[in-house]
Design a protein around this ligand. Structure first.
Ligand code: C2O
Ligand code: CU
Ligand code: CU
Length: 518
């Protein structure tokens, strides 16, 4: 294995061993499976005993027109399972990290200090961010006080364009983007899966005047929900099948977990199967699937009379043009769905479970809502939320094809090539609209940095029910071809796009796009 792993990380030149077409998955028992379940070694507690935590909002230091923040990456011991101590890696020692709340047009600078035992990289997922602050996978922050040794760790030193910071880095976010639910997470090359699994993820919400003018539920009835799955060792530690437990040298997971790691405990905002007391009123939930591999089909059980209990108002890139009513929502890793639930459609005193119809046993449960009495509610979901101009495409539009596949050497790749920081896989002029087509025979949540895109269609059909609005991550499913229209704006430079199944990402399912000044 060592040889192939080194090979696909681009240390050896060329891609000669990646000869398979990549549309067979010989080492998976079934492509209906999305990953491999990692069983906890500790008895799992009863669900719905812990109240839902909401991550604290960080206060900025205002500096002229800019909001400044500082966050420290550090290990911490927290209680996730009742009475059990679990070490995490967290932003300010928390999982999820503190929430950053920004205003469109007001720049943000976040100083990230690394006090972990390994290098880190911070990416703002969904951010319209200049390349130098986008968290390119080799743009490391070395741990405070690290010896130079840390730089030479495996591939990092081999990217001639890598920018290495010692101890901290200031990430600059212009925030010239629509109101949306963004999130920040670790993005270190080869080690994103285990780092996010240990807790390096948080919300970054953007507000703007357009959204403020709408009568949507707000304040403590606007709640972000970070949904993940995890597994626990006998000693309460977070289990993860890394090849290199120290996360220093060799990326990747044990062979049977190559399709992806599934946990058997569902956490929302870091709490296992929590409950939340709600009034009989409308709530806005910003649902994020921050799991490494797990896809969910979220539904309310029981559904409200008349159905369509989940009213989607936003997607990855902010407000939809008009709301979309769902009985259930499929959400793949990295995706966000902004959803309004009206609990006044239920009897007071009822209990409603948010379930995952793709789960089995306890992974069918996500969280519980306990509905108290009715309350005054002047919120509403208007029929018109925003205006989404379709990106113009025509016969002459440049079209690119990307095949997401696997090779017999047990690596994941895009167009048969494993990720190599030195190779540009697409060079795109600024402001040019292109059509990108993604094909696969497996499940791959495809994510693009810098820009949100618009889904044009799946196979020969139109957009699917979960494809509305501006997306930066889509659920690409077996035997599908998804076409999207994309236009990169404002910031030239080197960016990545990749599979957001974090085990696939770490195993080289990533590619470079160079955005060029025209
Ligand atoms: Cu959320 Cu490149 O990732
Ligand atoms: Cu991203
Ligand atoms: Cu994938």
């Amino acid at each position: 294995m060592a040889v192939t792993r080194r090979h696909f990380l681009g240390i050896a030149a060329g891609t000669g061993t990646v000869a398979a077409l990549g549309l067979a998955v010989p080492w998976l028992s079934s492509s209906a499976e999305i990953g491999r379940l990692l069983h906890s070694e500790i008895p799992l507690p009863e669900p719905f005993t812990i109240p839902l935590p909401v991550p604290p909002v960080l206060s900025p230091q205002a500096d002229g027109g800019t909001d400044r923040y500082e966050l420290e990456h550090r290990p911490a011991v927290v209680e996730i399972l009742p009475g059990v101590r679990t070490e995490i890696w967290g932003y300010d020692g928390r999982f999820p990290g503190p929430t950053i709340v920004s205003r469109r047009g007001r720049p943000v600078v976040v100083r990230h200090r690394n006090n972990l035992p390994v290098p880190s990289v911070v990416h703002l997922h969904g951010g319209h961010t200049p390349a130098a602050s986008d968290g390119y996978p080799t743009d490391l922050i070395l741990p405070n006080g690290a010896d130079g040794d840390a730089v030479s760790l495996h591939t990092h030193g081999r990217d001639p364009h890598a920018s290495i910071a010692e101890g901290f880095r200031d990430y600059m976010y212009p925030m010239t983007q629509r109101a949306a639910t963004l999130w920040y997470h670790d993005h270190r090359m080869g080690f994103t899966g285990p780092s996010v699994w240990r807790g390096l993820a948080g919300f970054h919400l953007v507000h703007d005047d357009e959204e403020d003018a709408l009568p949507l539920p707000a304040g403590d009835r606007d709640i972000p929900l970070m949904i993940v799955d995890r597994s626990f060792g006998a000693d309460g530690s977070l289990l993860y099948p890394s090849i290199d437990a120290a996360q220093r040298q060799t990326p990747g997971v044990e062979e049977e977990f190559l399709p992806g790691v599934l946990g058997d405990v569902i956490l929302v905002n870091g709490a296992m199967w929590p409950f939340h007391e709600v009034a009989g009123a409308r709530y806005r939930f910003r649902m994020l699937n921050a799991s490494n591999t797990r896809r969910y089909q979220l539904a309310l059980d029981p559904p409200p009379a008349g159905g369509a209990g989940l009213v989607q108002i936003g997607s990855d890139g902010g407000l939809l043009g008009s709301p979309v009513r769902h009985d259930a929502i499929n959400i793949a890793p990295g995706e966000r769905f902004d959803v309004v639930v009206d609990f006044s459609r239920y009897q007071p005193g009822r209990t409603v479970t948010l379930v995952n119809r793709l789960g089995a046993g306890k992974t069918r449960l996500v969280m519980q809502f306990r509905i108290s009495g009715r309350t005054a509610d002047d919120s509403a979901v208007p029929d018109r939320l925003s205006t989404i101009e379709p990106l113009p495409t025509s016969r002459g539009t440049v079209t690119r094809d990307f095949v997401f596949g696997n090779a017999e050497d047990h690596t994941w790749h895009i167009n048969r090539r494993p990720f190599d920081p030195a190779r540009m896989d697409a060079t795109v002029p600024l402001e040019e609209t292109e059509v990108w087509r993604f094909t696969t025979d497996f499940h791959h949540p495809v994510h693009l940095h810098l820009e949100q895109f618009q889904v044009l269609g799946r196979n020969s059909e139109g957009r699917g029910p979960y494809d509305s609005g501006w997306k930066d991550t889509i659920d690409l499913r077996p035997a599908e071809r998804v076409a999207v229209a994309v236009r990169f704006t404002d910031y030239p430079g080197r960016y990545v796009f990749h599979c957001h199944n974090l085990e696939h990402e770490d195993m080289a399912m990533m590619a470079n796009v160079r955005v060029d000044q025209r």
